[in-house]
Write a protein that binds this ligand. Sequence first.
Ligand SMILES: [Zn+2]
Ligand SMILES: [Zn+2]
Ligand SMILES: [Zn+2]
Length: 323
Amino acid sequence: MAESEVQKRQIHYPPVPNGIDYLRDVVDRLARESGEPSERDLKYAVLHLQAAAEVLLKARLREEHWSLVISKAEKTNLKKFEKGEFESATNNETVRRLVDVVGLDISAGDKKTLLDLATTRNQLQHWGITEEANAVLTRAADVLDFLIRFLDRYLLPGLGADDEEAVADDLEEIRIGLTRIKSYVNSRMERLKENDLKGHEVRTVRCPDCQQLALIVDGATNNCLFCPRDWTDPLELASSYDSTFGYSPAPGDVYEDTLVDCPDCETPTLLLEAETVAGDGSVPLCFNCAEIQDGLEDCMRCGRLYRSTDEEVICSNCFADLG
Ligand SMILES: [Zn+2]
Ligand SMILES: [Zn+2]
Ligand SMILES: [Zn+2]
């Protein structure tokens, strides 16, 4: 047993330094000491971040067994693998194998962060940069944060002394770069809170793009001041918000669906659990009428939410229906 342990530690491991090299490029582009990243920087940062994530996650699979990197193990052999003649597992499947087969601890939030990045990468390859610079920055910071934790916990301990020395400077720069991106985000948010967001706390929610508490729901422009961008279509905003922050099956959740029809404007834009800057906990907020819809009742007949005006127990639709 001791012998195989020693052998495993001595494997020369190019994928890890390769992944770290991509990350170094990402922080060089995003965490410049002076000046904002250009559109080209954003583009290559996303592409290289995605490449880094793929290389590093698969490096851990490969450490377990090379066949785990391949999409269909029954269709290959070691020779083909070594020549690179294989189709590799998808992002989703890679994360699943790390958790279910290797037994690593990757949270649902981290998993979502990774899959969102893959989506951004795909959009970018087809359409170019469609997101605002700040949204790219905050998402990239989340992925960097995860990959550094992943490296520290699951990859660096298995590196040989030579490799470790070779990547030491890059790792240092990557950590400094991440801190720089985070402090840029924090100081910008502090400025917004003290100025433009002041007075709008009750209707300020987290933006689905940049994930900052900087989106003022007014039912018209629905402006995120951090990105900055407008969400002029309340339906798009509501469904983006819901798919980003809404219900995911977890013990203790009350609602099966957190996005429902608003009884006032009759649009499916009522978020039952919107977190606002002012709120303690979450409030029911309609992204179309921009009102907090509390005091609603469940209709006894159809189950829909309605506003009870005269202690009636069914909604007006059902009332009309019964004639
Ligand atoms: Zn935003
Ligand atoms: Zn409404
Ligand atoms: Zn009803």
